[in-house]
Structure formats: C-alpha cells, structure tokens
Design a protein around this ligand. Sequence first.
Ligand SMILES: [Zn+2]
Length: 64
Amino acid sequence: MTSESGRKKKRLVTEYATTMCHGCGASGKRRFRHGDVVFEDAPEPCPECGGAVMIDKIFGEILE
Ligand SMILES: [Zn+2]
C-alpha cells in the first residue's frame, strides 16, 4: 500500500469552450468564461458572420 505518493500533486486545469454559429456553422474554441453554459448562446458574436453562437461543449485540459 504505497499509493499515497502523487495524490496531492497540484494540477492546473484550463477550461475551454467550443462554440458553434447558428448562422454559418463555424466552430471555434476559446477559453472558458464565467457564465458560459452548454447549449446556451455565447455572449460574443460569430467572428465569421456576426451571428449568434452557441456554446457547444465545455471541457478542461490539464497542464502538467
Ligand atoms: Zn457565423
């Protein structure tokens, strides 16, 4: 039973959100922002067409 080592290692998790435009279908990826909710509209407009974009997925990437 020597599995204690490593358990307390601190990991830095960076959260990302992928977005999809309602208008042109362009997908994007950016850092997660407070208030982002999956399947809700993102606060910023589509960079391609200026239309509304939806948060498609929120996920975290672990940086070690
Ligand atoms: Zn668009």
